[in-house]
Structure formats: structure tokens, C-alpha cells
Design a protein around this ligand. Structure first.
Ligand code: PGA
Length: 253
């Protein structure tokens, strides 16, 4: 059985004080959650402060990005070992905003994923098509191409540690959520791909999250789909009430 994961991606939002307060609220309420793993991914400059708040709770700390080099003259970058030092458990890699706004390629994501795994971090590797790609009937090709590139060269053991997040670009921050059937179709494709590339055990183990305008009122319908194992949540993760409204959707599943 795959244990659902609900991960909040705070993106480039909140002040330090707001981040600490939100983390406190989430930490306080996390004890009531038995149905899912929880993670919060604050901006990297707040990782230390947020990490101190949630230490000792079941809420996992995640970063939103990392660089693939271990250290050196890479101004502005943050290495995976620095994230380990801050006791991160997860790192989001290849988010569509990084791919589309900051020019990150599948090759970059692949190098980062391999390093994250070596360091014992759980990479949350994001894939997803644009609206133009969906309308051109290319969703399956785009998503499987991103998976092939971003996850190239991983052993079956490594692949089992990876979390995939399917996030259609047209649904992120737009309020336009994929229907449960649209999302499930892609998730089922991804799981078949894992079975073809690896084996049935890997396909059964890997958690595939949905992301893109997940809210308390649509969470249960999405999370009850057979191949949807949780959610990567942006806007609705910025308030404890809506974050836990989504977590409650797992219970309904
Ligand atoms: P959203 O963002 O929930 O605000 O659409 C999701 C994401 O980008 O991970």
C-alpha cells in the first residue's frame, strides 16, 4: 500500500514570521493526521527556522530546489548536502516554474535527482504538459519524455525512493483543476511506464502526486482515484485550514 503524501509548496511567499507561524499551526494539527505523510517546503531562507518548529513532529521538511554540485563557486546556489544539514527530508525538483521560467532542463533535473538520492533525500520530481501540448494531444508524450529524461539512469532501488508529481502547467495557480478522470489517466500512464521501464514492484511502490489548483473542495475526488497518491499543493498550502482541508480529503478516499 502506498501511503499518501500531502506536500505544501510555499513557493516564494510569506515573511519569515509568517512562515514560522504557519509551521507552528501545521505542527500542532499534524498529530491528528494518521492517514498521510505531511511535508512543507518553505523558501530556502526559511528552512532553518521552519525546520526548528517542526522538529520532532511527523511533518517532513522539504526544499523547493537544489543544485547538483556538492559545493564550490556557484554563487546563489544551494547544495543537497546543505539541505541534509538542515534536516530536510524532501526536495522538489523540476517544478514547472523552474522549467518554464528559469530554464531548467530534464538533464538538470536528472543530475539533481541522482545527487538527492545519493544523499538520502526524497526527490519530488515534477512533470506536466502545457495547455498547448494538451490541446495538441501530446500530454502522454510530453510527460513520459520528461520522466525518461529526468529519471534516466536510476536503479530500481533508487526509483522506489522517488516521488513523482504530475502537475499540468495549465492547472497550476490558475484555479483550473484537472478533472479526477484527466488526472487519473495520466497517473495510470505513468504507472504503466514504471512497470515497463522497471517492474511491477517499482510501479506499485512509487507515489505519484497530483498538483495544480488542489483545494479542500476538490481534494477528495482527486485523492480517491486509484493511482493518485497525494497532492503537491501551492496556494491552498499557505493557510493551515485549507492545507488540512486537503489532508481531510485523504480520509474520504
Ligand atoms: P497550486 O500550485 O496549488 O497553487 O496550483 C501547485 C504547485 O505549483 O505545486
Amino acid at each position: 500500500m502506498r501511503r499518501p503524501l500531502i506536500a505544501g509548496n510555499w513557493k516564494m511567499h510569506l515573511t519569515r514570521q509568517e512562515a514560522v507561524v504557519l509551521a507552528q499551526q501545521i505542527a500542532q494539527r499534524s498529530g491528528d493526521t494518521t492517514t498521510a505523510d505531511l511535508a512543507i517546503c518553505p523558501p530556502s531562507v526559511y528552512l532553518d527556522a521552519v525546520g526548528a518548529v517542526i522538529r520532532g513532529t511527523d511533518v517532513g521538511l522539504g526544499a523547493q530546489n537544489m543544485y547538483f554540485e556538492p559545493n564550490g563557486a556557484f554563487t546563489g546556489e544551494i547544495s543537497g548536502s546543505m539541505l541534509v544539514d538542515l534536516q530536510c527530508r524532501y526536495v522538489i525538483l523540476g517544478h514547472s516554474e523552474r522549467r518554464h521560467i528559469l530554464g531548467e532542463t530534464d538533464e538538470d533535473v536528472n543530475r539533481k535527482t541522482a545527487v538527492a538520492l545519493e544523499l538520502g533525500l526524497v526527490p519530488i520530481v515534477c512533470v506536466g504538459e502545457t495547455l498547448a501540448e494538451r490541446e495538441a494531444g501530446k500530454t502522454a508524450a510530453v510527460v513520459s519524455g520528461q520522466c525518461a529524461g529526468s529519471l534516466a539512469g536510476l536503479s530500481a532501488e533508487q526509483m522506489q525512493q522517488v516521488v513523482i508529481a504530475y502537475e499540468p502547467v495549465w492547472a497550476i495557480g490558475t484555479g483550473k483543476v484537472a478533472t479526477p478522470e484527466q488526472a487519473e489517466a495520466v497517473h495510470a500512464d505513468l504507472r504503466r511506464l514504471l512497470e515497463t521501464r522497471y517492474n511491477a514492484a517499482v510501479a506499485e511502490t512509487v507515489r505519484i502526486l497530483y498538483g495544480g489548483s488542489v483545494k479542500p473542495d476538490n481534494a477528495a475526488a482527486l485523492l480517491s482515484q486509484k493511482n493518485i497518491d497525494g497532492a503537491l499543493v501551492g496556494g491552498a498550502a499557505l493557510k493551515a485550514d485549507s492545507f488540512f482541508g486537503i489532508v481531510a480529503g485523504v480520509g474520504d478516499a
